[in-house]
Design a binder for this molecule. Structure first.
Ligand code: AHR
Length: 529
């Protein structure tokens, strides 16, 4: 059914905002369920085609996503992980159990060298998370030396283990959820411990040092960390998951849910905007120049385990609802690119809101994968403010915007417009206006786009139906009009449109923050009703 009247979206292409850091589209891998073993690592003797034990099908799919950064080895696992267990001759590595996740066997076959090779194969920057919970400052310093130094005993060990040159280490985190599985510690206790770790590791000019941050919108944690340790870190994290019910004891079903849990999930994921604003406001008070980045290094949907699935594996189906959560959340990050400069969806393969689900005979690309692929051109583009005159979609006690939008200008002179229709059964007509930009005959005529939708609210891609939710060309749903364009958005859909910029203006990159940078103008986009 077509809802009444077009939805008007105004794209402020005349006011380019900050550069969208590619790292906002980052990923997270943890030793958890089949996140590593089976999902990435199958071993050299596997019948599954592999490169030195790493699955080729997964690598090939991930290369198409342009993954900017990948975080490893956890998560909660990071605060139980001792890096020396995972280097050297594989057959001699100690076998342990993963006490963070159901006491699963941990063969340590996938360690530092394997992870660094995996990151290199998919073209992503590595983000390592050091053990603060059960590790020591010395252990973290030695790991860093193992990775990045020359002329040290750790570098000699690395060479004996087969890697001559030091690696580049762009991101190094200290601990994970120190208020929970990585502690529990008070914010002050963690700040003191963080300073010890940072001092032991020493200055790392080419590495972001990352402090572990708050859960959701807990500004007190951020306030304490900013007051007591900010000079020693480049980024502070926050974790924010999307639960349909908001209740950790009964999160909501991954399949066979109704409209209540459709809209409550959309509303829950929109909370990311408030969470980011809360922390950004606290950070602004301590760091008005925005030197320190906010890194949302865990986010995504989290459902109740399906019957028959080991709850410690966190494997869950992935459907059109997850696709909307991914699209909306990436849009929130784009709009806050002046402070949020890294984000890592949880998790890459087989765990929570995964890009890929593996099985004995191959892989399934999830609807979330398709959104990351459709959005990849936003990486490095300049964010544009979007003013959407959107109707409100209401159901039960919930109300969310019916249309959410994110726009950007690419460095090669294209305008990107992403649109999300949150309504479960109404097609929406959207008119996008681009002041001063799109009246040219050469401009809008060269628009093209794709749309991701699905037959049902709970449609998923799985082994039996791997292509239930795949992007399709917008085709005649996209039409030029003077000064902009018109799109018919199917119900429950995500669309990304790319337009040639009429005069082929190539936009200069804007600073995305940092100490030398003037704070860029912010991007106004409505995320709430
Ligand atoms: O992503 C799964 C878990 O969620 C991580 O290990 C932990 O950091 C968070 O609680």
């Amino acid at each position: 059914m077509m809802a009444t009247g077009p939805v008007r979206v105004l794209v402020r292409a005349d006011e380019p905002g900050p550069t969208i850091p590619p790292a906002l589209h980052g990923q997270f891998v943890e030793h958890l369920g089949a996140g590593v073993y089976g999902g990435i690592w199958v071993g050299e003797d596997s019948r599954i085609p592999n490169a030195h034990g790493i699955r080729r099908d997964v690598v090939e799919a991930l290369r198409r996503l342009h993954v900017p950064v990948v975080r490893w080895p956890g998560g909660c696992f990071a605060d139980r992980y001792h890096w020396r267990d995972g280097v050297g001759e594989r057959s001699r590595r100690p076998r342990r159990v993963n006490t963070s996740w159901g006491d699963a066997p941990e063969p340590n076959a996938f360690g530092t060298h394997e992870f660094m090779e995996f990151a290199e194969l998919i073209g992503a920057a590595p983000y390592l998370n050091a053990n603060v919970g059960t590790g020591s400052p010395e252990e973290a310093a030695e790991w860093t030396a193992y990775l990045t130094s020359d002329g040290t005993k750790e570098a000699d060990l690395r060479r004996r283990n087969g890697r001559d040159r030091p690696w580049r280490l762009p991101y190094l985190g200290f601990g994970n959820e120190p208020w929970g599985c990585g502690g529990p510690m008070s914010a002050s206790a963690y700040a003191a411990r963080y300073r010890q770790f940072a001092a032991a590791v020493g200055p790392l000019p080419a590495t972001w040092r990352i402090a572990a941050g708050a859960s959701g919108d807990d500004p007190a944690w951020t306030r304490t960390l900013m007051a007591e340790a900010a000079p020693h870190f480049d980024a502070l994290t926050v974790h924010q998951y999307t639960l349909p019910t908001g209740d950790w004891a009964a999160k909501g079903a991954a399949r066979s849910f109704g409209e209540d849990e459709w809209i409550s999930t959309i509303a829950a994921c929109l909370r990311m905007d408030a969470v980011v604003r809360t922390h950004a406001t606290v950070m602004d008070a301590h760091d008005p120049g925005r030197r320190v980045a906010l890194a949302v290094d865990e986010w995504g949907t989290w459902y109740d385990p399906e019957p028959g699935v080991d709850p410690a594996t966190l494997r869950q189906p992935n459907g059109i609802r997850d696709a909307l959560v991914a699209a909306i959340t990436l849009g929130v990050f784009h709009a806050h690119a002046d402070r949020v400069r890294m984000a890592n969806v949880a998790q890459l393969v087989n765990v929570l809101q995964a890009m890929i689900l593996t099985h004995d005979d191959g892989i399934v690309l999830t609807p979330t994968y398709h959104v990351f692929e459709m959005y990849r051109r936003f990486q490095g583009a300049r964010a544009l403010a979007v003013e959407a005159d959107t109707p409100v979609y209401r159901h039960g006690r919930w109300a969310v915007p019916a249309v959410l939008a994110s726009a950007a200008l690419t460095l090669d002179g294209r305008m990107l417009l992403a649109l999300v229709n949150t309504r479960p059964s109404d097609e929406l007509e959207v008119t996008a206006e681009v002041p001063g930009g799109m009246a040219s005959s050469t401009g809008v005529g060269r628009a093209r786009g794709r749309v991701l939708s699905a037959p049902r609210l709970d449609s998923v891609n799985d082994v039996d139906s791997p292509d239930a939710v795949v992007p399709a060309p917008l085709g005649r749903r996209l039409r030029a009009r003077p000064g902009g364009l018109r799109v018919d958005l199917p119900p429950r859909s995500v669309a990304v449109i790319e337009l040639a910029w009429p005069d082929r203006t190539v936009m200069p990159p804007a600073s995305s923050g940092g100490s030398a940078a003037r704070p860029p103008s912010s991007v106004r986009t409505p995320w709430s009703v």
